[in-house]
Write a protein that binds this ligand. Structure first.
Ligand code: AMP
Ligand code: MG
Length: 490
């Protein structure tokens, strides 16, 4: 653990770097604290990674800082400007309307910088008509889901702590406000580049690219291909993240270009949803009437977004270099997705003929409305002698025919059933953050009971092991789950 407090460790790397062109990149802004703050939850695992002790994080001093009261500290807090395409349409300037960055802390032996950002700590110059607040309900969802994604090994912004208080925010009704401390290697979005490109400011595009290279890819600083490498990295990392989303059944819900991280991490948890039954047409955001961001569309939407980003690199790269980067997306996506799906069904390697096996399984699941997570978990136990996973399917004949091919494929590998089961259980989670689970935690929290948030944080941190106190989350969702409607309201 670090001897200095979080406040003392905060650096102003981004702030100082862009200070001279302040209003172009960011606006200095002091958060407005939540009144009478109290903890909902602190994330000891992440604190440990950041070198913050559990005691320090849970302290009163930290509570005040993390709920937006910086009055006792000299911290250069700021909100960043960005623009973006929303639902495929150019939306112009957006920016951190309710996120205020405190700075960065250096972590680990190589002093990697991680941003600390308060989401919901009051208005900024980019708030437009918003109040700068986030309600407890959506903050719990963000807090739990970012840690769930991390638990699943998917690149994501993290959540260090969650506080609430007596401050309220008006949405469809009056709701308690909350602040999440979001932690990320970078909060720079595709939209940060679009912001400068579409305001005809190639100098700022270059400055931003140079900043990212210096901070995240310092070995490239002298490389003549550095901008190509930066764009390529984004293309490849995005492809990897989206392949992981598809493999766990995660639907983001608002894949606007301002919600896409330049490092390819998952960012901005709004009306997201995990698949219950396998339905490729699943739309988790009830405001998405056209289904632009449906589960099935996510891989192609990511490429659409990458195109929008790549356009902004036209002042740094030749058209041929840009096209070359973008062309790598499909291959990378497919190769990542196939590798993961092969592992999910217990194959040591993906072979071209496995595509048929995987697709056939998904087609059967869609037809018979089989629960995505439970099926894969049950498939871990599959063997010649144990085919209880068959019970999930309605069309048993079709399943039996598939199972025959599957068994044959499994027999071509040099693995015992037990070995295969063990490795499959490490990639097929037992727990995912289903909407009803988040809803259960939210309803309890709104009544002042945070124990469900704690339980979910614990099990989602390691969703592959079963926990005796979480048995209730190991089965199908209850009937009322299908009636939960998640909109953009947050
Ligand atoms: P989102 O759809 O959550 O990614 O938000 C889109 C834009 O609206 C971003 O610029 C946000 O910062 C801004 N925004 C969303 N909610 C609020 C709010 N309550 N107050 C101020 N700005 C907001
Ligand atoms: Mg956003």
């Amino acid at each position: 653990m670090n001897n200095n407090s979080v406040q003392q460790r905060l650096k102003s790397h981004f702030y100082k770097h862009f200070e001279t062109s302040n209003s172009t990149f960011f606006s200095a802004i002091t958060p407005q604290p939540i009144e009478n703050p109290s903890w909902v939850s602190t994330n000891k695992h992440l604190a440990g990674m950041l070198g913050i002790s559990a005691e320090e994080l849970a302290s009163e001093v930290c509570l005040h800082v993390m709920s937006g009261d910086l009055s006792q500290h000299s911290i250069n807090s700021f909100a960043v400007a960005y623009s973006g395409h929303q639902f495929g349409v150019w939306a112009g300037q957006l920016g951190d309307g309710r996120a205020i960055t405190l700075g960065e802390i250096a972590v680990g032996d190589n002093d990697e910088l991680w941003d600390l950002q308060l989401k919901g700590a009051g208005p900024t110059p980019y708030s437009r008509f918003g109040d700068g607040r986030a309600v407890l309900r959506s903050s719990i969802r963000e807090y739990l889901c970012s840690e769930a994604m991390h638990g699943l090994g998917i690149g994501t912004t993290r959540a260090l702590c969650l506080s609430t208080g007596t401050t309220t925010a008006v949405r469809e009704k009056i709701e308690p406000a909350a602040v999440v401390c979001r932690v990320a290697r970078s909060h720079i979005r595709f939209g940060n580049f679009e912001h400068f490109h579409y305001t005809n400011n190639p100098k700022a595009v270059k400055e931003l690219a140079d900043y990212l290279i210096q901070r995240h890819f310092s070995t490239w600083t002298e490389d003549s291909k550095r901008y190509y490498l930066l764009l390529q990295n984004c293309v490849l990392e995005t492809a990897k993240t989206i392949a992981q989303w598809q493999s766990v059944g995660f639907c983001h819900g608002v894949m606007n270009t301002d919600n896409m991280s330049i490092l390819g991490d998952t960012i901005d948890y709004g009306p997201f949803g995990f698949l219950d039954t396998y339905d490729p047409e699943f739309i988790c955001n009830h405001s998405d009437h056209q289904g632009r961001y449906s589960f099935r569309n996510q891989p192609s939407i990511a490429l659409w977004n990458l195109n929008a980003l790549a356009t902004c690199f036209s002042s740094l790269l030749d058209t041929s270099e840009i096209t070359d980067c973008l062309k790598q997306y499909e291959n990378e996506y497919l190769s990542q997705y196939r590798t993961i799906m092969a592992k999910k069904i217990g194959l040591l390697e993906y072979r071209p003929e496995d595509e048929q096996l995987i697709n056939q399984l998904l087609i059967m699941m869609a037809k018979d409305q089989v629960d995505y997570t439970l099926m894969f978990r049950k498939l871990c136990d599959f063997s010649a002698a144990n085919q209880s996973v068959r019970d999930y399917f309605i069309d048993r004949d079709q399943f039996d025919s598939w199972a025959k091919d599957y068994l044959q494929r499994l027999e071509s590998q040099n693995l015992t059933d037990q070995q295969r089961c063990q490795s499959m259980q490490k990639i097929n989670p037992l727990y995912i953050l289903r909407n009803y689970m988040a809803q259960t935690a939210i309803e309890a929290a709104e009544g002042g009971d945070y124990s469900e948030v704690e339980l979910l944080l614990k099990i989602l941190n390691n969703p592959y092991t079963n926990y005796a106190d979480a048995e209730k989350y190991e089965g199908l969702p209850p009937d009322w789950a299908s009636k939960i409607s998640v909109s953009c309201s947050s």
